[in-house]
Design a protein around this ligand. Structure first.
Ligand code: 5AD
Ligand code: FES
Length: 346
């Protein structure tokens, strides 16, 4: 019965909420088959390639106070930093030499990065590396701002919705944060022609398996080009410090459901997945993921960009991480490729 549901999902790229829920609830009985089908679809669409994105954590200042996040504004134990445009450009220089053709500028919502600062930075990156894509992951901004950044050359934008359930959203965030405003941002980004990434945490406090089934319906509706998911990992200085972390097992199961629902979506095996389990990223690739996002930030930044506890690779140089990842990925039969790795319609 589960096998039939999975075959139907592969064929029709959609299931009902109840069917998704059945699979999620009974994942012990169908995990192996689902994983195998998701990996097969991954390989059919992308061959054996894995795209890499150079992540640059530009700032850990944030005006928000999300209950799960280690760099929330009320966390007084964070050593705050922000990278100057020159520091960001030298990360990109190093990344380019290592073969990266996408740079992801990620940070908290930090007013220092005005449109003016960001636009000139993006223009400079695009001028130096016309063959590279620029992805931004800088939270909620105005339509006008997203438009200016796009016109300066930004190609993609990651803005996780965190949960598709607005009541659940309200339990993860302080009241000044609004689920519908976030959806508005995602719509603005789509309207402006960005390749858009959304995403959610798996096993976040108060999340139910029904919520996870709803995530699948949400993704079908939004049709994003990228989906970033990772396990929730508790962070010791946050209000959620005593909640249990999510699991690699459930996260990889969700990765597989996403791969069969959106066959050509760009789907990272995230650092959070590699943190919760030593070989989490390899398992993610084998479950249908096709993107890795190693860190290019300077070491003082890596050490202080702690969204969650025990983050991996905070002491490693980018070159070492790439070597390590190559070795890890080899075991899956896949291979890291030097390419921009844009989204393609099928
Ligand atoms: N555990 C896992 N992921 C987290 N994020 C933030 N805090 C945590 C945490 N404690 C994720 C959010 C955010 C992304 C940048 O990192 O989903 O969108
Ligand atoms: Fe960073 Fe393995 S990927 S050390």
């Amino acid at each position: 019965m589960y096998k039939q549901l999975i075959d139907k999902l592969e064929r029709e790229r959609t299931l009902s909420r109840n069917e998704y829920l059945t699979l999620i609830k009974n994942r012990d009985k169908c995990r192996d088959y689902l994983t195998a089908r998701a990996f097969a679809v991954r390989n059919k669409v992308f061959g054996n390639t894995v795209y890499i994105r150079g992540l640059i954590e530009i700032s850990n200042f944030c005006k928000n106070d999300c209950f799960y996040c280690g760099i929330r504004r009320s966390n007084k134990n964070v050593k705050r930093y922000r990278l100057t445009p020159d520091e960001i450009l030298s990360c990109a220089d190093e990344g380019y030499k290592l073969g990266f053709r996408t740079f992801v500028l990620q940070g908290g919502e930090d007013a220092y990065y005005t449109d003016e600062v960001l636009c000139s930075l993006i223009r400079e990156i695009k001028e130096r590396y016309p063959d590279c894509a620029v992805t931004l992951s800088l939270g909620e901004r105005s339509y006008k701002s997203y438009k200016a950044l796009k016109e300066a050359g930004a190609d993609r934008y990651l803005l996780r919705h965190e949960t598709a359930n607005f009541e659940h959203y309200a339990r993860l965030h302080p009241k000044e944060m609004d689920f519908f405003r976030r959806l508005g941002c995602i719509n603005d980004l789509k309207a402006l022609g960005y390749q858009v990434g959304v995403g959610f945490m798996v096993g976040s406090p108060y999340q139910t398996l029904e919520d996870l089934a709803d995530e699948m319906l949400f993704l079908m509706q939004i049709k994003p080009q990228m989906v970033g998911i990772g396990p929730f990992i508790s962070q010791k200085d946050t209000p959620f410090k005593d909640f249990e972390s999510g699991s690699a097992e459930l996260t990889t199961f969700m990765l597989s459901l996403i791969r069969l629902t959106l066959p050509n979506v760009l789907l990272p095996a995230t650092t959070a997945l590699g943190t919760i389990e030593l070989d989490g990223r390899e398992k993610g690739i084998l479950a249908g993921a096709n993107v890795l996002m190693p860190n290019l930030s300077p070491s003082f930044a890596k050490k202080n960009y702690n969204l969650y506890d025990n983050k991996i690779c905070t002491g490693d140089e980018a070159a070492k991480c790439i070597e390590c990842l190559k070795q890890r990925i080899k075991k899956t039969g896949c291979e890291i490729t030097v390419a921009r790795g844009d989204y393609n319609e099928i």
